[in-house]
Design a protein around this ligand. Structure first.
Ligand code: F6R
Length: 361
């Protein structure tokens, strides 16, 4: 049921405020400035012994995991990283008993993720799932976990589930943080930020007409560059994946700081750049990258909290807590990918060569 939308992708992008609301519902504990995650199956004593977090997923879910790893490292101060599940499986990794493994998947059926979970379990590791489809194979095989509650996602290209995965990682980070050394004040700050998300998402979605106009200006690009720094980098990677999947425009994502180590050679008027520029302590550094691009006559579309002088176009998103900004900054770029694909007449809900769940190796 498309509920008045032309495509599932559009419907699912539009549903994100409700989806995030569902992910938060019944989980916030104001008394202790933390969250309750019923199915986690990880008691406080165990949570304190974790020395590393390793997040495994594929595609969009891997990108959600990259943001999640940063959130866990920032809020819970546990060294964390994300890796594509297939790479992890094939490199014969050291499985460490003090590492918490988290498998992320919308479908809960992605073969590479499932096989990584089974291999980890066989070696006695503790594995949690961060999954959308209830009762799916990965949900069943993990020791416990978090359902992301995005609701059914029909479009092959993941949008609302990505957002809910990142929100769910914020909940996990807050939960682990408050068991460890995150202060009550910081716990409160993050909870307030989480509560603001649904309203802010709706605010971003109200800007759709503007984004649609912008996409007309970028739809004739043969290739696009996406850049971000630290929190913004996985956002850039996900936005680049979204654009190429649904519009078939070639796109690359780089950390802004890596531009001068090679990719700057690609910058010219026919190669536009989308830059993630939050108002955080890296703002000045990001502005310097925009200047470098402008000096090579590259067109720039910034996603930012305030107008960026060096950018040709800026999409302004509302500000939240810096740790939660990545949740919001990707949303306008889902719309950019959508409208670019629409302008090019693509098969939006079923892009060529792709399947919704990849159950083969
Ligand atoms: C991108 C996309 C894919 C999936 C990937 C993992 O829009 O949908 O990259 O994210 O195939 O799928 P799940 O999350 O079901 O494990």
């Amino acid at each position: 049921d498309l509920g008045g939308h032309d495509t599932y992708m559009h419907k699912e992008i539009s549903e994100q405020a409700d989806a995030v609301d569902r992910a938060l519902r019944g989980r916030i504990d104001d008394r202790f400035s933390t969250v309750h995650l019923g199915g986690l199956n990880l008691d406080a004593r165990e949570a304190r012994t974790i020395r590393r977090v390793k997040i495994l997923g594929c595609g969009t879910s891997y990108h959600a995991g990259q943001i999640g790893a940063q959130m866990i490292e920032e809020l819970a101060r546990i060294p964390s990283d994300a890796e594509p599940a297939s790479e992890f499986r094939y490199r014969d990794p050291v499985v460490d008993p003090d590492t918490l493994y988290v498998a992320v998947s919308q479908s809960g059926e992605t073969y590479d993720v499932l096989a990584a979970v089974q291999e980890l379990k066989r070696k006695g590791a503790r594995v949690l799932g961060l999954v959308n489809v209830v009762g799916s194979a990965i949900a069943r095989e993990t020791d416990g976990g978090i359902y992301v509650h995005a609701g059914p996602e029909v479009c092959v290209v993941s949008t609302k589930c990505f957002t809910n995965m990142v929100v769910s990682f914020a909940l996990l980070a807050l939960h682990l943080g408050r068991i460890r050394d995150l202060s009550v004040a910081d716990g409160k700050r993050i909870i307030e930020g989480l509560r603001k998300l649904p309203g802010q998402i709706d605010e971003i979605l109200k800007g759709e007409e503007e984004i649609k106009k912008l996409s007309a200006a970028y739809a004739d690009a043969k290739s696009m560059m996406f850049i971000g720094r630290v929190r913004g980098y996985p956002v850039a990677r996900e936005a680049s994946l979204k654009l190429k999947e649904v519009s078939y425009i070639h796109a690359e994502a780089y950390p802004a700081s890596e531009l001068k180590h090679g990719p700057l050679a690609l910058i010219e008027p026919a190669m536009p750049t989308v830059a993630i520029v939050p108002d955080d302590d890296l703002l000045e550094k990001n502005r310097a990258a925009l200047e470098e691009i402008k000096a090579r006559s590259g067109r720039i579309l910034a996603v930012a909290h305030q107008d960026q002088e060096k950018a040709d176009d800026t999409i302004i998103v509302p500000k939240n807590e810096p740790e939660l900004d990545p949740i919001l900054m990707g949303i306008p770029l889902q719309l950019l990918a959508y409208h670019t694909a629409l302008a090019l007449g693509r098969d939006i809900d079923k892009p060529r060569n792709l399947a919704k769940s990849v159950t083969v190796e």
